[in-house]
Ligand binder design. Sequence first.
Ligand code: PLP
Length: 383
Amino acid sequence: DSFFEQVPLAPPDVIFHLTATYKADTFPQKVNLGVGAYRTDKGKPWTLPVVKKADEILHNDPNLDHEYLPIKGIPTFTAASAKLMLGADSVAIKERRVAGAQSISGTGAIHLGALFLSKYYPKGAVAFVSNPTWANHKAIFNNVGIEVADYPYWNPATRGLDIDGFLGALNAAPNGSIIVLHACAHNPTGVDPSHEQWTAIADVMQAKKHFPFFDCAYQGFASGDLAADSWSVRHFVDRGFEIFVGQSYAKNFGLYGMLLTAIPSMFEIWDAIFEDHKRERCGCLTAVTRDTVTAKRVDSQFEKLQRSEISNPPAYGARLVNIVLNDPVLFAEWESDLRTMSGRIIDMRDKLYKKLIELDTPGQWNHIVDQIGMFSFTGLKGR
Ligand code: PLP
């Protein structure tokens, strides 16, 4: 008898399963709208020119070795990540009340934060996620034993934000709930709160002593402006909140590093061996706390948790990002690459909208251009 007998068969991941079915489809004009990865107008993945440059620099570094990184990752990488998210002039950074750990992309950052909360946040607290949200949110919190509920977000009638439902749920939630917030470019609706709405959200969360856990997977990728895309996070920090924010460099650096996780085609294996083999997933979990002593304690626990989870984070992707974030010239180039990607997405939305109007398509289509980022809820129904 094997104890494996009782292990149930898990259904395949919906999105990645779709990718596999897409690959198997022989229709020549097929388009994959499933997975959230940037494509050029030829439908191909795009290696950012600035990432190629950073790769060159790394390649030519005579001191490069393959030793372990520190447990919490490259210190200049986590520091630059906090600066990128909170702003170069952030008071929280000046007051040294920020803790951080390098993570395995955004997923790893959210996981580490959730794990921390499962140990140190008051027991029984529920994590609220938007309805709908990125499907992994629920799984990540559930995996560490935190119960998940949702707050209304999408209003099908306006194809926009259900702000009343959202605020109502925040009010009705038990005090001190964990609230997972998409910093920008909400997945999957493409609908973000306005500044005024964020302010109202922060008002209720302050009154209810909720804990904001930001998921920021699209900084600079939404509007093309790094500060504009992190406005929500900075607003909460300015108002004195203690927060967690998980950052992903998958989209804004094109470092998805996932080519071989989906069922690979020959082309992808080739690509992975000869070009993309060095891509690695990197992200960062940052905590803003009330003071330096607290930040130190939190930081020490990040290190302890990370040690038992992965020991040391992978180096390659973080080294590339570290080079770019800490070099003013490359940083400016990166900003230009971000404008290329976000600009193309905005342009595609604009073209689709104009075409729908030009063709006198029945219905209202302004949501296509009001939404931001690479996801769109079209309001179309399946047949
Ligand atoms: N959070 C959201 C909302 C996302 O859309 C994604 C990626 O699609 C992530 C987090 C994390 O992705 P990754 O782990 O690839 O950085």
